[in-house]
Design a protein around this ligand. Structure first.
Ligand SMILES: [Zn+2]
Ligand SMILES: [Zn+2]
Length: 125
């Protein structure tokens, strides 16, 4: 089974995730802009039991981040599974491609759409 490792910028929080994500998305919503500090998030969703965490992230609602360096690891307490910020994977590029884009009405006009990804004005239903 495919195993991927990742972690924060300083290395205090590390994780391992097994198998392929059941969903990969890119979201341009106002919250994702804030949580990433960029203009979108790219995230992958895995079942909770595919994910192993090492270290102690701080949290704000279901957002988890490193208390030392501030890297946003993802939403780790979601009912449907963990939602990892894919930029925290060690592998770069990581070869996972978004199947959907959300909140494209907030996408920067200079940013092209992901080819083949479903385009949603707002949330995915
Ligand atoms: Zn850190
Ligand atoms: Zn979002």
């Amino acid at each position: 089974m495919r195993e991927r490792t990742g972690g924060c910028l300083c290395g205090a929080v590390r994780y391992v995730v097994r198998g392929e994500p059941f969903h990969v998305g890119r979201c341009h919503c106002a919250d994702c802009r804030k949580r990433s500090g960029s203009t979108y998030t790219i995230y992958g969703q895995w079942p909770r039991d595919a994910f192993e965490l090492e270290g102690e992230p701080a949290s704000f609602r279901s957002d988890h981040f490193c208390p030392t360096c501030g890297s946003h690891l993802g939403l780790l307490d979601e009912a449907e599974g963990v939602e990892l910020s894919l930029g925290t994977l060690d592998e770069a590029p990581f070869e996972l491609v978004p199947e959907a884009e959300l909140w494209i009405k907030r996408r920067e006009p200079w940013l092209p759409a992901v080819e083949g990804a479903a385009q949603h004005e707002e949330n995915r239903h």
